[in-house]
Write a protein that binds this ligand. Structure first.
Ligand code: FMN
Length: 300
């Protein structure tokens, strides 16, 4: 009922562990696979080891979840030594990469490709780079990065992960597609701030952070909807998916895969199975036999 074909990668269901939440070791990949995820995305890796930002880096209250972890990570060379290969995991693995300069995106993609992931996801929403304008907000730069990664990824499918913090997400998606992207992941966190009124200062040490979880969902659904109208390649709809109904909503906006990250903080690692059961329940009740029947139906 939930089987999904994502760029030729066969998933038992559309749920995908979003980057940055647990996908850091072979054990955590296999654990999330056992918990029922259709695919697992690794924490984003770049050319070097990074410490990330000082604490506090996370905040959750009600439907609002914020983080400013600052992309801590072991770096691609250490990851290669640790993982050795990714095609023997219990579930398809998506390797997430980024760089500071465009050439580094290519170098890291080449190294990631050597691990044989099912797909490479390109986090162009990284705030740490030496360009005046962030890559995710510039269609031409997003296109250049896409080409650079495609040239270094061999036969591995490439998804470009977009940010909602832009004037027109459609033009960025279009540039990624026309430069060879095989898929789009939408979206990364939205920029935000929470102020502690007793302390009279922002809660996060970094002051500004990324809003994820339920508060992000309407923004993510709108982005997926707009991207679906613009490109033909599949979309991994990510942002706030917590319950089966959210995954159905993403599918109706046009998503093929459905990313899940912050919901793990609220529903545990069993969230993948729970979301799938809830999706199937809704489908049975509404006499929907496959996800193709409802994919993009909100556009009609
Ligand atoms: C703690 C945390 C760390 C994250 N790290 C990354 C990362 O390394 N790379 C990336 O592309 N996205 C990262 N994200 C963004 C998620 O992959 C996802 O796009 C976002 O959280 C929206 O989905 P969600 O509402 O299901 O969490 C991170 C999110 C959180 C909450």
């Amino acid at each position: 009922m939930l089987q999904t074909n994502l760029c030729g990668i066969r998933l038992r269901n559309p749920t995908v562990l979003a980057s940055g939440i647990l996908g850091v070791t072979k054990e955590s990949i296999n654990r999330i696979g056992m918990e029922g995820a259709g695919a697992v995305t690794l924490k984003s890796l770049c050319h070097e080891e990074r410490q990330g930002n000082p604490n506090p880096v996370m905040f959750g209250y009600g439907g609002v979840f914020m983080n400013a972890v600052g992309l801590p990570g072991q770096g691609i060379d250490n990851a290669i030594a640790d993982f050795k290969r990714l095609d023997d995991a219990s579930v398809p693995v998506i390797g997430s990469i980024y760089g500071y300069r465009i050439s580094q995106f290519g170098e890291v993609a080449k190294k990631m490709a050597s691990l044989k992931p099912a797909m490479i996801e390109v986090d162009i929403s990284c705030p740490h780079m030496d360009y005046g304008k962030p890559y995710y907000a510039d269609a031409e730069l997003a296109g250049k990065i896409t080409r650079e990664v495609k040239q270094n990824a061999g036969k591995i499918q490439v998804s470009i992960k977009l940010s909602p913090n832009v004037y027109d997400i459609k033009e960025i998606a279009h540039s990624a597609e026309s430069n060879g992207a095989d898929a789009i992941t939408a979206i990364n966190a939205a920029s935000g701030m929470v102020i502690d009124i007793d302390a009279r200062k922002p809660v996060l040490a970094n002051r500004i952070g990324g809003v994820t979880g339920l508060a992000l969902k309407p923004i993510a659904v709108r982005c997926v909807y707009e991207i679906y109208e613009t490109v033909k390649i599949p979309i991994i709809g990510t942002g706030g998916v917590t319950y089966g109904k959210d995954a159905i909503e993403m599918t109706m906006a046009g998503a093929t895969g459905v990313g899940i990250g912050t919901a793990i903080f609220y529903r545990g690692t069993g969230v993948f199975k729970k979301v799938c059961d809830e999706m199937e329940g809704w489908m049975r009740k509404n006499k929907v036999k496959s996800l193709e029947e409802i994919r993009g139906c909100a556009h009609r």
